[in-house]
Design a protein around this ligand. Structure first.
Ligand code: MSP
Length: 644
């Protein structure tokens, strides 16, 4: 049976960040795993290029929309190519084949009576490209997902009869309990559907950057809703609406998605497919959200990490390993350099890298680099049993996307190898004239490394290729079948020396995240400047003085309801009226404790709206693992005193 694995297609309104890299690593690893097992596997990724959000981003960048989309889409493709992501197709929703496929799907659903024309009036969040009912809005105005202001949109629209599929969807979740993975995420979807589904507006007339309506409808005013367009990519990539060339891969085995877009994939997508009479995907696997040093990443905080920056510093395969080892699939994960460095040094360098070095060294001394498995079973039956048991457990972890458990289990092999060396002390055996025993231990470890490399190869393809090369074999389906499935041992061979695979890392290799302050709106270019590593980013003194820093006094402070982090302050800077500053410091300061205290304020930031409140400045603060503290004048100063 063939396999079909997909990532979400990424919006082209900004460059890739670590969250995008995670989904892509996850899907790539899964696809490589299936290919290793000999499954005929198709792996799709790509970019989502239509919708108001992209149109607006292009305008902000003063570029024609298509040109803008081309540029950003290329940054994703180039990055995945540089990271050696083994996709079989990179789809763009501006591809003409895709657009044709979407139009065909629309026609089929329309002909079936599942799409009708009406009027829509509702609150729309452009950033999330989603309508929200008034009851879900914060303070009747702000988007419940991102906190931005929504706008009221009234327009003629085509609607998809989502409500018609409510019962069939509920039956789907019941009959196929692993449709949504991890299982714990299923409930929220079921509850949402049980709450009642309203028909879905699937066209827009307020902008033009979208797939045109099918000619047969003769209604040029409308373009397709971006989510209808985007979800269809999973079948248009296989030739739906054109030649069905690769539709034999359908239904998808797994659509990997972030938890924020689960609803679209677990409700709208199966309903569209039901309407099209196309079989449903097997799994929608939703992963959690990545934070950086415990903070949500955002351009405005300047703490977004570019995956390329991390990969350039630490190696892309180390990054893959870290991300897939660190977080139980489905849960949120935190990117911290400390945790990353610990895993490189202890798991990759000590457990794996040293084991390889040790047997290269020993075999060089004892047998002129020759390794022979002939006596392994005789002296190491216990270790072979334990190893085979761990290897046998791996598949089940991968089936449930539990990469962290998979890697943990795989690491048992290295521990078996390291313990065997400590217990059997081959150097003592050599002295005591028991060379065959000493060589059996070295050969045991070589076999452990070979089998483990095969199973690690979907995670670290290049590194394991180097290990396999040292052990004189190739990682492919044949060696997987022989060494892992049939449990055979390596044939007589000469081991090759390799340079250390995982040099230890002593210090963080990229600048740490800037202090988190949610009220610091920054353009993407500025954010990049903050995280750049190179010395060219030293600034002139004049540039520093472009920032107006002033001493202020807090005259009022109150908590922002429904926000865990924000306090709303009125700060006197010696101007005609106090400034309102919304600051993310609620976890560290109570509102009362701030009143009548002095603070240092960035006074010439463009005002920004946070949860619907204007913020007209930013407080200086320092934050480390012990928490956050405000930077204040050592002695009270007159309000408005410039700092610098
Ligand atoms: N274009 C839609 C997907 C359409 S699929 C038919 C989209 N694009 S996105 O670029 O905004 O997000 C793509 C994926 O990145 C989503 O799965 C989202 O969950 C994921 N992530 C975005 N930020 C993330 C983190 N900070 N952490 C982990 N994943 C995150 O949504």
């Amino acid at each position: 049976m063939s396999k079909y694995i997909t990532t979400p297609i990424y919006y082209v309104n900004g460059e890739a960040h670590i969250g995008h890299a995670y989904t892509t690593f996850m899907a790539d690893t899964m696809a490589r795993y299936e290919k290793l097992k000999g499954e005929d596997t198709y792996f799709l990724t790509g970019t989502d290029e239509h919708g108001q959000k992209i149109e607006e981003s292009a305008q902000k960048n003063n570029k024609p929309t298509q040109e803008f989309a081309d540029e950003i889409s290329a940054t994703f493709k180039n990055l995945w190519d540089e990271f050696e992501i083994g996709y079989d197709k990179f789809i763009r929703t501006t591809d003409s084949d895709h657009k044709m496929g979407v139009q065909k799907a629309f026609e089929v659903m329309y002909a079936k009576g599942d799409i009708y024309k009406d009027f829509y009036e509702g609150h729309y969040c452009v950033s999330c490209e989603t309508f929200f009912p008034e009851t879900q809005l914060i303070d009747g105005e702000f988007c419940p997902d991102c906190g931005r202001t929504t706008t009221i949109v009234k327009e003629e629209s085509y609607f998809f009869k989502l409500s018609k599929y409510e019962d069939r969807l509920l039956k789907l979740y019941e009959d196929q309990p692993d449709f949504i993975l991890p299982l714990s995420r299923g409930n929220e979807v079921v509850n949402f559907v049980k709450g009642g589904l309203r028909d879905l507006s699937v066209t827009r007339t307020s902008f033009t950057w979208g797939v045109q309506m099918p000619k047969s409808l003769n209604d040029d005013k409308h373009v397709m809703y971006v989510w209808l367009d985007a979800l269809m990519n999973y079948i248009t990539a296989l030739g739906y609406g054109k030649d069905d060339a690769n539709m034999n891969y359908w239904p998808a085995s797994t659509h990997f998605v972030g938890k924020d877009i689960l609803r679209f994939h677990a409700i709208y997508w199966p309903a569209f497919l039901m309407s099209l009479d196309i079989p449903l995907p097997k799994h929608i696997a939703a992963h959690g959200w990545w934070t950086r040093d415990g903070e949500k990443m955002s351009k405005s905080k300047g703490n977004v990490i570019a995956p390329k920056e991390v990969a350039d510093a630490y190696g892309v395969e180390n990054l893959r390993y870290f991300m897939l080892r660190e977080v139980p699939f489905g849960q949120d994960g935190d990117f911290s350099q400390r945790a990353f460095i610990d895993r490189i040094n202890s798991e990759l360098s000590n457990d794996l890298g040293n084991l390889l070095n040790r047997i290269i060294g020993m075999s060089g001394k004892y047998s002129d680099f020759e390794i022979d498995s002939v006596d392994v079973e005789k002296y190491h039956a216990k270790e072979l049993d334990a190893m085979n048991q761990a290897l046998g457990n791996l598949d089940a972890f991968m089936d449930n996307m539990q990469t962290h458990r998979y890697l943990e289990e795989l690491w048992k092999l290295f521990s078996i190898g390291n313990t065997a060396i400590t217990e059997h002390e081959p150097w003592v055996k050599m002295k005591n004239d028991k060379k065959d025993e000493a060589l059996a231990t070295v050969a045991l470890v070589a076999n452990i490394l070979a089998k483990a490399s095969i199973m690690l190869s979907p995670f670290m393809p290049r590194t394991t290729e180097t290990i396999a090369d040292a052990l004189n074999f190739k990682i492919d389906t044949q060696s997987y079948n022989e060494l892992v499935i049939d449990k055979k041992l390596l044939k007589l061979f000469n081991i090759k020396k390799v340079p250390p695979l995982f040099p230890r890392v002593e210090e963080p290799l990229i600048p740490e995240a800037p202090i988190a302050q949610p009220n610091a709106p920054k353009e993407p270019q500025e954010a990049k400047k903050d995280t750049s590593t190179d010395d060219d980013n030293l600034i002139e003194i004049g540039q520093f003085f472009e920032t107006s820093l002033k001493v202020g006094v807090v005259i009022e402070a109150e908590e922002v309801p429904k926000s865990k982090k924000l306090l709303k302050l009125q700060v006197d800077l010696g101007e005609d009226s106090p400034r309102q500053v919304v600051a993310g410091i609620k976890e560290f300061y109570s509102a009362e404790s701030l009143i009548d205290t002095q603070v240092c304020v960035v006074a010439n930031l463009k005002p920004a709206k946070l949860m619907g409140m204007m913020s007209e400045g930013m407080l200086l603060a320092a934050k480390d693992e012990d928490g956050l503290c405000l930077i204040r004048p050592e002695k009270p100063k007159k309000v408005g005193t410039p700092i610098g």
